[in-house]
Design a protein around this ligand. Structure first.
Ligand code: A3P
Length: 301
C-alpha cells in the first residue's frame, strides 16, 4: 500500500462510532453500512476510507481469472492467501503482504494495478464486494475456523488494531454483540451462507483452518485442484515450508511490520482463555444465532 497516495483524514467527533462492551471498554471505529473499520488505521496507517471506497468497490470491474479469498478476520486468511498465491504463481515467493490485495483497505485503482493472476481477499460481507462476481462467476475460497479460536485470536488482534483494553471475558461479550469491529461473526457466516445458497452457480472451495493443520498436503492439493494448478507433493512441501507459521511471522516483520498477525497458530487455544461460564455463554450464543451452520467447526484436534 503506497500511503502517500491516500489523502490525510482527520475525523470529526460526529463521524466516529464508539462501540462498547458491557463493561464500558470502548473502541473508536468508522462505520459504513454496518461495517466498522479502525479510526486509527484510516487516520494513521492510512488504509482507504471505506465510506468512500466501498461504493466504488461494489461497482468496480474485475477480471474473470480473479480469485476471491473471503474469511472472517482471524480465520486463517494470511496462511491461506500465502499458500494459494504461491500455487497460483508457480511457487514464486512473496515479498508483498496480503494487504496489498485486500478490499476495502485498498482502492479499486490500486487493485487494478496488480498483475494477474490476482488473489483478492476481504473480510467483508458479499454486498460490499464487486457485484460483477455474480456475472463473471469468479472462483471463491471461503476460509472457516472454529469461532472459539477466532474469538481468542480476534481479542489479541483488537488490542493492536483498535486499542481494546478489556479482559478476554469482557471481549467475548463484545464478540457476541451485534456491533463488532468489522462486523458480527455470526452475521458474516449467515451472509455467505445466503449468498452460496442463492447462487449455486458460484464455484466455491471451503477451506478449514483446522484441516490445514491436520493434513496440509491434502488441503494444498484441494486448493491447487480447485485452481487447476495441480503440482507434485515435492512442490507442495516447498510451498508449505515457505508458508509455515515461523517463516510467515519472520517474513511479515520485513514485509509490513505486521508480524503480530502471527500470534500462536494453534488449534484449541480457546481452552486456555474460556472459563466454564464463558463456554456456556458461547454455546448458548451459537445455539441461538447459528443452530445449523453451513460449515462445520472443529474445536480441537
Ligand atoms: P492465532 O491468533 O490464533 O495465532 P488471519 O490471517 O485471518 O488474520 O488469521 C490469523 C490467525 O491465523 C492467527 O491465529 C495466526 O497465528 C494464524 N496463522 C497465520 N499463519 C499461520 C500458519 N502458517 N500456521 C498456523 N496458523 C497461522
Amino acid at each position: 500500500m503506497d500511503k502517500s497516495e491516500l489523502p490525510h483524514v482527520n475525523f470529526k467527533d460526529e463521524e466516529v462510532t464508539v462501540l462498547s462492551d458491557n463493561n464500558g471498554n470502548s473502541v473508536n471505529v468508522i462505520e459504513y453500512d454496518g461495517y466498522y473499520l479502525s479510526k486509527k488505521a484510516i487516520e494513521k496507517e492510512r488504509i482507504a476510507d471505506h465510506r468512500i471506497n466501498i461504493p466504488n468497490i461494489i461497482k468496480m470491474h474485475i477480471r474473470p481469472d480473479d480469485v476471491f479469498l473471503v474469511a472472517y478476520p482471524k480465520a486463517g486468511t494470511h496462511w491461506t492467501w500465502e499458500i494459494t498465491t504461491m500455487l497460483k504463481q508457480d511457487g514464486k515467493e512473496q515479498n508483498l503482504p496480503k494487504e496489498v490485495a485486500m478490499l476495502p483497505f485498498e482502492t479499486p485503482e490500486k487493485i487494478d494495478e496488480l498483475p494477474s493472476p490476482r488473489l483478492i481477499n476481504s473480510h467483508c460481507c458479499f454486498k460490499h464486494l464487486p457485484q460483477e462476481i455474480l456475472e463473471k462467476k469468479n472462483k471463491i475460497i471461503f476460509v472457516n475456523r472454529n469461532p472459539k479460536d477466532v474469538a481468542v485470536s480476534f481479542f489479541h488482534h483488537c488490542q493492536h488494531a483498535v486499542d481494546y483494553k478489556g479482559t478476554f471475558s469482557q471481549f467475548l461479550d463484545f464478540f457476541m454483540s451485534e456491533k463488532v469491529y468489522h462486523c458480527a461473526w455470526y452475521k458474516y457466516v449467515l451472509d455467505w451462507e445466503r449468498v452460496f445458497k442463492q447462487h449455486p452457480e458460484l464455484q466455491v472451495l471451503y477451506v478449514n483452518y483446522e484441516d490445514l493443520h491436520t493434513d496440509p498436503m491434502r488441503e494444498t492439493d484441494r486448493i491447487a485442484t480447485f485452481l487447476d494448478v495441480r503440482k507434485s507433493e515435492e512442490f507442495y512441501s516447498k510451498v508449505l515450508e515457505k508458508c509455515s507459521f515461523s517463516e510467515l511471522k519472520q517474513s511479515y516483520k520485513k514485509r509490513n511490520n505486521m508480524d503480530f498477525m502471527f500470534r500462536k497458530g494453534a488449534v484449541g487455544d480457546w481452552k486456555n482463555w474460556f472459563t466454564v461460564t464463558d463456554n456456556e455463554r458461547f454455546e448458548n450464543y451459537l445455539k441461538e444465532k447459528l443452530s445449523n451452520p453451513f460449515v462445520k467447526f472443529t474445536y480441537c484436534l
